[in-house]
Design a protein around this ligand. Structure first.
Ligand SMILES: Nc1nc2c(c(=O)[nH]1)N[C@H]1C(S)=C(S)[C@@H](COP(=O)(O)O)O[C@H]1N2
Ligand SMILES: [Mo]
Length: 320
């Protein structure tokens, strides 16, 4: 008689688990590995980005040492997996859905009140623009922030290319519109396409930047490939992604968020720690990928470069 027979409660977990449960668990693990949910381990992120971007050979570009930071760069995986891009969903985990975006062929239309209206092919544009890398802070209106190395060129270069007429006062930017790849655009209560705007004076400030790359590579799709605006002294929603059109106008454009909720999101949206959002304070920010908070800075720390633009504006809601 075998007195060493195992007690029923002593069997290995594998045998004790009904087979369908066991299989499900394996399938879930396999799915997680493929989906990049195991990012902490460094698995999963690369395969989705493996598709070659035709501009990959242009990067990395030379860093412009004039733009320095007061903090560490945000970890690339953290910045690449926590994004706002409502075209692909109204939450932060859109990076996989955004891989549906087709970024070639891609053109940017420059039109409206300009002497040189044109439709520029993205690769032609990239070949003629002076690409450089800049380290910028980014402050989302939701009170989180990051610091990233953008590659791209000054927006003033595009303004020069278009050559605005003397009556042009604003730039109106538009994101692509294609609900067949961007399922968020099927949500008809949003005023698609995403629109943003700047004054000509803001657009020609040296800080206003068109990013075409980040972290020494072409923009990953979730960052707004192949070209997005970066205005680091303003709340992040001004930094419109995947731009297809820039129209020079005499009238102030109404931006996407302003159209949805004008009491909370205005045209100017300059960062100011002492002007709270209607629903939360803006005096501090969470550094993405960490558990640290920092005091938010006036104009997100870029006061010296941009405060002059606004000094004679009275009666404007500059900080929302
Ligand atoms: N087209 C488009 N551009 C957009 C958004 C968006 O939803 N759609 N979100 C904005 C917001 S709120 C922020 S904070 C930044 C986020 O950029 P990131 O995902 O590269 O961090 O993109 C901005 N640009
Ligand atoms: Mo944001």
């Amino acid at each position: 008689m075998n007195i060493l027979k195992k007690r029923s409660w002593a069997i290995p977990e594998r045998e004790a688990t009904p087979e369908h449960v066991f299989l499900n668990r394996r399938q879930i693990l396999a799915g997680l590995a493929g989906s990049g949910a195991l990012l902490g381990t460094g698995l999963g992120l690369r395969p989705a980005f493996a598709e070659e971007d035709p501009s990959a050979g242009l990067y990395p570009v030379k860093r412009n040492p004039a733009f320095t930071l007061d903090r560490d760069l945000t970890d690339e995986e953290d910045a690449s997996t926590y994004n706002n891009f409502y075209e692909f969903g109204s939450h932060k985990q859109i990076w996989q859905a955004a891989q549906e975006l087709q970024i070639r062929p891609w053109t940017v239309t420059l039109d409206g009140l300009v002497d040189n209206p044109q439709i520029v092919d993205i690769d032609k544009l990239l070949s003629q623009m002076p690409l450089e890398e800049r380290l910028y802070r980014h402050r989302c209106v939701e009170a989180w922030s990051m610091a990233v190395p953008w590659s791209g060129f000054e927006l003033s270069e595009l303004v020069k290319l278009a050559s605005p007429k003397s009556n042009a006062k604003y730039l109106r930017f538009e994101t692509f519109l294609d609900p067949s790849v961007a399922s968020g655009q099927k949500q008809s209560w949003y005023p698609w396409p995403y629109v943003e705007g700047l004054t000509l004076e803001e657009a020609t400030n040296e800080l206003a930047f068109m990013a075409t790359g980040v972290y020494g590579k072409p923009l990953a799709k979730q960052f707004g490939a192949p070209i997005r605006l970066v205005t680091p002294w303003k709340y992040g929603f001004k930094c419109i992604k995947s731009v297809v059109r820039i129209t020079f106008t005499e009238e102030r454009p109404v931006s996407f968020w302003e159209e949805i909720q004008p009491k909370e999101y205005g045209f100017w949206a300059n960062v100011n720690p002492s002007v709270p959002h209607r629903r939360w304070p803006q005096d501090s920010e969470r550094l993405l990928g960490t558990d640290q908070r920092r005091q938010t800075l006036l104009y997100n720390g870029y006061e010296e470069q941009v405060a002059g633009i606004y000094k004679n504006m009275t009666g404007e809601l500059l900080f929302m």
